[in-house]
Design a protein around this ligand. Structure first.
Ligand SMILES: [Cu+2]
Length: 759
């Protein structure tokens, strides 16, 4: 969706030949005076990679949740050394791609620690700190079947301009005009009618930053967990004791706290936890609230993987900074120093652009892009390694950026993705991950020496956005390995290049054959066809919707008609298997994520997405909207009605014959089937296995087979079937789950829907 803005930038670039506007400047926070420090003015490879656990620098140990089964995780604001402090390392100039000129870097830098929000992990009984507060937090590791109980304590402070320890909320502005946690009940979704560009509304809360006790709620991403402890968007709580409508806890821990119990009953893999507060996820995660959570089980894992100092987390997150070493999050309009096509003075966009429709959402930007690559909390770090095999647990923890990572000439093998292991290692040319996805890889540095730079060439937004290198010179690089440590002994870890090594001891349960077909014996109970649709305003995106439905489904008339009670339309049965066909009508790829369950990618297929073709799916879909002037005067028959829900009744009454059975197709959209083009493409080899987040390209249908049972549940011998619960908890109890886009800027602005597991 930045495509339009990018063209705009190019036209600005031409204009700047005649008009010396300060292209590339923008204010960050609307509350704190900030000067943007361009990422290319920050030194690269000057900081050591922070390593968790028994690595080279074990000041940040992993937390062993087997011997500490009762933990306290405290969310707090800390000061962390992020940017290098030696001014001599800093470049004096950078290349500005918009004006195509070399510019001077800001000179008055205040190199000091950065205020971030962090999780501090301690033993609940002894209060001993097991993992110091850090962005990202240190990893929690546990064993399968060993439950972990965590008391989460929200000690996040409100912004105080006079207190150096209470800065983050002022730097990373919460936009109250989107449907958000709203702990003070200030805005209650009534901001739609408030024009924040009007002076009279200047002091309306809808148009004001939120400066009170921050709502937060941790979600364990990838977990098979009771919805009571899932940490969903409305389960937030504040330090001053307010709670969201879905707040739940074990016991009664007191204000500002929630106790969650994770049974860790699922197969081993790479989970992570991060904040998930409604409408404040992007700001809370940007501020630092994220980390890894490993579930281990030697009997289910490949044997002899690189371990100890050779197993290393890499949490990759794009950020921006200001000249005071603080986080910079573009949430205000830039100065009026550029010209549009009609020679009107307009705000210059820096790479993120200003908010797109400030009358509706004064601070929300459609995607945060960033110009500084951060790994484990350090900018473009370097890591000294031995010439041998390493295992990297890679997380894309960015707001919106996709990564296509290459490791120089070092061979890379993927052994797991998201929450689970692959049957066998897959040799990959690159590691391609969208926000929320994880890749578990072995990189073989044997026989190598010198430096190896990890590069990224994925455009942002994906696939037609800014290109790292060409459009963002510094962002083509992520970090560097320095193979300068002598090999200790011999590398006895499994060798993924040798057939039969680094394999799963027991093959994963297959719902698909990996070639694009449903595995034999898999009975599909229901098909859901659901669309992704962006709502455009005059300045660009206003919001992005799942099935054209608001987060609160009763606000979307067609969904309310079918589900009047709570507007929850996705009601899969426990134990059932569904085929979800996610139809992407937007211009960007979206990583779609389901809570509770893991799924398998069946295939992807293009459809006729030509908006100008009256016989194409977009025209047919739009033509299906009825007239509903009670909802909106703009909602006239045959014209796309934003936020209406799907154009037809959710239960379309259609069926598909699958394996000789008539399977109901629901979702409320005209069937996509007759608009499909080409043949379906099979998932990438490294995508074959259990996933909780999957990319859907623009103009494509993503097909996933979702099963509401643990990944380990067998298919046959009547092991998995609709109506039977296979989880060690009742997934139908509690506030329910959600599914959403994991571009957190989208998720925060309506691209998320609740779902509940039915009987
Ligand atoms: Cu999205």
């Amino acid at each position: 969706m930045l495509r339009k803005e990018k063209l705009y930038c190019i036209s600005i670039m031409l204009l700047t030949m005649f008009y010396a506007g300060a292209v590339g400047t923008a204010i960050g926070s609307v509350q704190v005076t900030q000067t943007w420090l361009p990422g290319d003015c920050i030194p690269k490879f000057a900081t050591q990679l922070p390593v968790f656990g028994p690595g080279y620098n074990a000041t940040l140990p992993r937390v062993d949740a087997v011997s500490n089964r009762f933990l306290t995780v405290t969310m707090k604001e800390i000061k962390q050394s992020v940017l290098p402090t030696d001014l001599n390392l800093y470049p004096s100039m950078y290349y500005d791609t918009i004006s195509q000129t070399i510019k001077n870097c800001p000179t008055s830098l205040d190199l000091k620690s950065t205020n971030v929000w962090a999780y501090e992990i301690s033993d609940k009984a002894t209060k001993k700190i097991l993992g110091p507060a850090h962005w990202p937090a240190v990893t929690i590791e546990t064993r399968r079947s060993k439950p972990t109980t965590i008391k989460y304590v929200n000690e996040l402070p409100s912004f105080d301009p006079l207190d150096a320890n209470k800065q983050v909320q002022g730097l990373i502005t919460v936009d109250q005009s989107i449907h958000w946690a709203d702990p003070l009940g200030n805005t209650a979704m009534n901001c739609m009618m408030v024009d924040c560009d009007e002076e009279e509304n200047e002091n309306n809360p809808c148009c004001q930053p939120f400066n009170s006790s921050p709502p937060a709620v941790p979600h364990l991403h990838g977990a098979e967990v009771s919805s009571y402890f899932d940490g969903g968007p409305e389960a937030w709580f504040t330090a001053d004791g307010r709670t969201g409508p879905a707040y739940s806890t074990m016991g009664n821990p007191g204000p500002g706290q929630a106790v969650y119990r994770y049974q860790n009953s699922q197969e081993p893999g790479t989970l992570w936890f991060h904040d998930h507060a409604l409408g404040a996820t992007r700001t809370n995660v940007y501020s630092g609230l994220a980390t890894f959570y490993f579930i281990r089980d030697p009997s289910k894992e490949p044997k002899n993987l690189p371990s100890g100092a050779y197993e290393v987390e890499l949490a990759i997150q794009s950020r921006q900074f200001d000249t005071n070493s603080q986080l910079f999050f573009p949430d205000g309009s830039g100065p009026l120093d550029c010209l549009d096509e009609d020679e009107n003075q307009v705000p210059c966009s820096n790479l993120n652009g200003p908010p797109t429709n400030t009358d509706l959402h004064p601070f929300w930007i459609p995607e945060f892009i960033g110009d500084t690559e951060i790994v484990n909390g350090a900018p473009w770090p370097t890591f000294n390694i031995e010439p041998r095999r390493y295992r990297f647990r890679i997380l894309n923890g960015s707001n919106a950026r996709f990564y296509n990572l290459r490791f120089g000439d070092a061979p890379v093998y993927q052994i797991g993705n998201d929450g689970n292991y692959l049957d066998a290692p897959v040799r990959v040319n690159s590691v391609f991950i969208a926000p929320g996805e994880r890749a578990d890889v072995i990189v073989d540095f044997s026989g190598m020496s010198g430096t190896i730079t990890v590069t990224n060439d994925a455009p942002v937004p994906y696939p037609d956005g800014l290109i790292p290198g060409a459009d963002q010179p510094g962002m083509a690089e992520v970090m560097q390995f320095n193979v300068n440590v002598a090999l200790k002994g011999t590398d006895a870890s499994c060798n993924p290049a040798v057939a039969g090594q680094c394999i799963r001891p027991k093959p994963l349960v297959r719902l698909t054959d990996g070639q694009g077909n449903i595995a034999s014996g898999v009975k599909i109970d229901r098909v859901r066809q659901l669309v992704l649709k962006e709502v455009q305003g005059p300045g660009g995106p206003v919001e992005v919707l799942v099935n054209n439905t608001k987060w609160d489904g009763v606000r979307s008339p067609s969904v309310k008609a079918s589900f009047p009670e709570d507007g929850v339309s996705e009601l899969p049965r426990k134990g059932s298997i569904e085929l979800w066909e996610i139809i992407n009508l937007t211009m960007d790829a979206h990583p779609m994520h389901l809570h509770l369950t893991q799924f398998q990618i069946l295939n992807r297929q293009y459809f006729n997405n030509d908006p100008d073709d009256p016989g194409g799916y977009p025209a047919v879909w739009e033509a299906a909207f009825p007239s509903d002037t009670a909802f909106s005067p703009l909602c006239t028959g045959g014209v796309f009605c934003p936020g209406y829900g799907p154009p037809l009744a959710y239960d379309t009454g259609a069926t598909k014959t699958m394996d000789g059975q008539a399977v109901p197709v629901v979702g409320g959209n005209p069937l996509i089937d007759s608009y499909l083009m080409d043949t379906p493409s099979a998932p990438f080899p490294e995508e074959i296995g259990w996933k909780d987040t999957a990319k859907v390209w623009p103009g494509q249908v993503l097909r996933i087979i979702v099963r509401w049972a643990p990944t380990s549940t067998r298919l046959f011998k009547n092991k998995s079937r609709a109506g039977v619960n296979f989880y060690p908890f009742n997934p139908g109890k509690g506030p329910g789950y959600v599914w959403h886009c994991h571009i957190i800027d989208h998720e925060d602005n309506e691209m998320m829907r609740p779902y509940k597991v039915a009987k």
